[in-house]
Design a protein. Structure first.
Length: 209
């Protein structure tokens, strides 16, 4: 019964979050119209080393500042290269990841993974991207998260899944936390930082930088 209630709490709250994200995003134009045509970037985008520790902290912070795990992870990775390299990474609007919050509002793929695998897809050839994505997913399923806990000590749990529903529900069952609790938000912010850091480590290893 307690497990059922936590899942109901998750679904009810995630639906509200998804609705709020949609309203916010609808009011923001993704890109300003430009009088000058910009050349389409070649694929894959050129990769530059991402500092894993910077990605970790930025992902955690962006969870709160940008709004959720998908935008948090995307900002930690794509946003970091937009700042460090500029074009073409600065052409990717981070708000396009708004719909990834709470597993796309359906408890499906964790938004932090969604933001991360988009980064992988931008800089890797398709076969390499598939391989690195599976490495990231395998890590996420079995890691005791959150690892990054800058503000409050949190219980760590193993998701055994890449889905937001299982990942968050296991934490809520272990702690008694609700979706709207600050402790749950801190936990998911930490997981966002963890996922961004792991992705940076995998990409750096792949490119030998």
């Amino acid at each position: 019964m307690e497990h059922l209630q936590s899942r109901r709490d998750f679904l009810k709250t995630s639906a509200k979050v998804a609705a709020g994200v949609a309203l916010v995003s609808a009011g923001r134009p993704l890109l300003n119209a430009s009088a000058e045509a910009i050349a389409a970037p070649s694929y894959p985008f050129p990769y530059k080393r991402i500092d894993p520790d910077v990605a970790e902290e930025r992902g955690y912070r962006a969870y709160f500042e940008k709004g959720g795990c998908a935008r948090g992870a995307a900002d930690a990775l794509i946003g970091q290269l937009a700042d460090d390299v500029g074009y073409p990474f600065n052409q990717i609007p981070i708000d396009m990841y708004a719909n990834g919050a709470t597993g796309y509002g359906a408890g499906s793929l964790c938004g932090s993974l969604a933001g991360a695998v988009n980064m992988i897809g931008l800089v890797c050839e398709p076969d390499d991207a598939k391989k690195i994505t599976q490495e990231l997913f395998a890590w996420y399923r079995k890691a005791e998260l959150p690892i990054y806990q800058p503000k409050m000590k949190s219980v760590t749990t193993v998701a055994n899944s890449v889905n937001c529903m299982e990942s968050v529900s296991h934490y809520m069952e272990a702690t008694g936390a609700k979706m709207g609790d600050d402790s749950r938000k801190e936990r998911c912010a930490g997981v966002t930082g963890d996922t961004a850091k792991k992705t940076a480590e995998l990409l750096n290893a792949h490119f030998g930088v």
